[in-house]
Structure formats: structure tokens, C-alpha cells
Design a protein around this ligand. Structure first.
Ligand code: UT7
Length: 325
């Protein structure tokens, strides 16, 4: 029976030119390269230049993904941008990306699920494409977290970085079985009882300010290992794959110890996991598409590879997506 799938046609990414090393940060707060590397696996992060906005990062990443897909921007009818650092409170950063790419048809909107944003955006775009409402989508994860960090809080400012990544998806008719190309399954979850573990202490409707990121790192860490392991297991059971049938795990990059903890729990070999946090830090919604781009450029994403993306973030929100490249 014919079945519509969202097939991945292209990937792209953009990182701001400025690099901030752990040693650079140790001149701002009381920390050290040794502490940051040992506790997180992070060595450096990229920081957007003055005047370089989330939409600029998203446009650059989308352009690269479109070129690689061989698709003209005018043929895109859906732009979904996952971000927690929009250029403005409104309009959505996605419409600025849409305009920047020269697209004036279809729809563009943002998705706000913090570090899980890309998985959420992928799930939403996939549902629109499979329903037949849109034909070709760009799903972007773009962030400038450097602008919402408290640069006097060593517990958080050492963790995050700026960047963007994008995927171009196209609705294509497939056979409807597990050998299909494209997105095979998405699972998204949230539990607002845990809001106080990770949030920004401002907003237009409360303080009328932007606010700064606040986090109970130890508790978030504990939930991350638990919830991400759970959603990976759910995804594999639902789709009938064993953990070692997944060619590449492309996780949200928050902390190397979180990724190692999940790998140990689920018995996943580290050589099947993309680790990019050493060079990118935690780029929130951008981290999965940035990691996909590194995997693509390293030739680890040839056609038909089975990939599993997962994330957990503020909300709490979490989720996973299984796709065949
Ligand atoms: O993107 C999704 C959301 N984010 C996450 O998933 C992050 C989850 N959490 C984490 O990655 C970790 O909890 C952190 C990396 C944030 C912290 O690591 P930890 O092993 O949980 O450290 P901790 O917060 O328990 O702090 C241990 C010690 C404390 O000192 P005392 O009280 O033991 O004397 C902190 O004050 O480390 C101290 N500390 C630091 N020392 C040097 C905290 N931050 C720093 C720092 N440099 N940057």
C-alpha cells in the first residue's frame, strides 16, 4: 500500500566565526578548562557576533541544506524553526528565515520546546507532510543562547553555545514498511511539573524583560538519563528495531556524561554515537541538526543509514525520532 513519508533531502549548518574556549571562560568566571572538560566534555563553543541574529544563523544553515538537496527555495511550502532565542518576541524567527530565503508561499512558524525543539519541529513537519497539507519543508534548529546566559553564573555559562542546523524534507511515496526512507517514527513528551528545574527568569508577559537561564544541573542530569533512555526504548519497541540495528545515534549534546550514561544503560556502543559537544557545547535546539551535519560531512550518513535522534530540555520536554537517511 502506498504510504507518504518525509524523506530527508539535505542537511546544512552554520556556526558563528567567534570561538570561546574554556580558558577564555576561566577569565570571566571562577572555572577551569579541566573542570569543564571532565564534567561536561566541552572544550569550546561558538558565539554569535554583535548584530548576528538567530534568523541569520538559520538562513545560512537552510541555504546549505537547500543546495545539498538540489531544491529551489521557491519550492518549499513549510518552514518550522525550533528556537528559544527568537530575534524578536514576535514575529516568529521562522518567518524571517522564510523571507530571507525568498519564500513567500505556504507557512512558517516557530516551535518552543527548548533543547527538545528540533525533535518537536521534526515531528510537526512530518505530520504536515504525511497528511498531504505541505510538500516540502525546512526544519531549522537555531539558537543564540549566549544572549540569555548569566555570564556571572559558572554553573550555566560554561555549557552553552550558538549555532544553527537545518534539514530539508520532502513528502515521497514509499512502501509503508520499516525499510522505507524518511522519518519512521517520532515521539514527543512533556511534563510541566518540572518547570523550575530549567527555565528563563524573564519574559514579555511576566517581567517584560528577556531574563536569564536558570538550571538545577544535577536534577536535570538525572531526569535526562532516565527520560531519554525511556523514550529511546519506546521508539525501538514501537518500530521493532534492536539497539544495535541503529547505525547512528544523533543525540542532543548537553553533557558527555549524560550520553555515556544512556549508552551504558541501553548497551549502545560509543562508536555508534555522534559526539559534537566538545566543539559546539550545548546549542539547544540546534545541536541535533549540527551533529547531523558533522556526521554527513564525515560520510557517516550515506543513503539508507538508520538514525535515532533524541533530546530532553526545559519544560521538561523530551522526545526521539527514528529516520532512514
Ligand atoms: O540541554 C538540556 C539541559 N541541560 C543539561 O542536560 C545539563 C544537565 N546537567 C549537567 O550537565 C551537570 O549537572 C552540570 C555540568 C551542569 C554540573 O555538573 P555536576 O557534576 O552536576 O556538578 P554540580 O552542579 O553538582 O557541582 C559540583 C561542584 C560544586 O561545588 P561544591 O558545592 O561541590 O564545592 C559547584 O559549585 O562543582 C562546582 N561547579 C563548578 N566548578 C568549576 C559548578 N560549576 C562549575 C564550574 N567550574 N563551571
Amino acid at each position: 500500500m502506498a504510504f507518504i513519508r518525509s524523506v530527508i533531502r539535505g542537511v546544512g549548518a552554520y556556526l558563528p566565526a567567534k570561538v570561546l574556549t574554556n580558558d577564555d571562560i576561566s577569565k570571566i568566571v571562577d572555572t577551569s578548562d579541566e573542570w569543564i572538560r571532565e564534567r561536561t566534555g566541552i572544550e569550546q563553543r561558538h558565539i554569535a557576533a554583535d548584530g548576528e541574529l538567530t534568523s541569520d544563523l538559520g538562513i545560512a544553515a537552510s541555504r546549505q541544506a537547500l543546495v545539498r538537496a538540489g531544491i529551489d527555495p521557491v519550492d518549499i511550502d513549510l518552514v518550522v524553526c525550533a528556537t528559544s532565542t527568537p530575534d524578536r518576541t514576535f514575529p516568529a524567527t521562522a518567518v524571517r528565515i522564510q523571507a530571507g530565503l525568498g519564500i513567500s508561499k505556504g507557512a512558517a512558524f516557530d516551535v518552543q520546546a527548548v533543547c527538545s525543539g528540533f525533535v518537536y519541529a521534526l515531528a510537526i513537519a512530518d505530520n504536515f507532510l504525511r497528511s498531504g497539507q505541505f510538500k516540502r519543508a525546512i526544519v531549522v534548529g537555531a539558537e543564540t543562547f549566549s544572549r540569555i546566559l548569566d555570564w556571572s553564573d559558572r554553573g550555566t555559562c560554561v555549557l552553552f553555545g550558538d549555532g544553527a542546523g537545518a534539514l530539508v524534507l520532502e513528502a515521497q511515496t514509499q512502501l509503508g514498511n520499516r525499510d522505507d526512507r524518511g522519518i519512521l517514527s517520532t515521539t514527543i513528551r512533556s511534563d510541566g511539573r518540572f518547570e523550575e528545574l530549567l527555565y528563563v527568569d524573564g519574559g514579555p508577559g511576566s517581567t517584560k524583560t528577556t531574563g536569564h537561564l536558570r538550571m538545577n544541573g544535577r536534577e536535570v542530569f538525572r531526569h535526562a538519563v532516565q527520560k531519554i533512555s525511556g523514550v529511546i526504548e519506546e521508539t525501538l519497541v514501537e518500530t521493532g528495531y534492536a539497539p544495535d540495528e541503529v547505525d547512528l545515534y544523533v543525540p542532543h549534546q548537553a553533557n558527555k556524561r549524560i550520553l555515556d550514561g544512556i549508552a551504558k544503560r541501553l548497551n549502545i556502543s560509543p562508536d555508534r554515537i555522534m559526539y559534537t559537544l566538545a566543539k559546539h557545547g550545548n546549542t539547544s535546539a540546534a545541536s541535533i541538526p549540527l551533529a547531523l551535519n558533522v556526521a554527513f560531512e564525515a560520510r557517516r550518513l550515506s543513503e539508507r543509514k538508520l538514525i535515532l535522534m533524541e533530546a530532553m530540555g526545559g519544560g521538561l520536554t523530551w522526545g526521539a525520532a527514528l529516520a532512514r537517511w
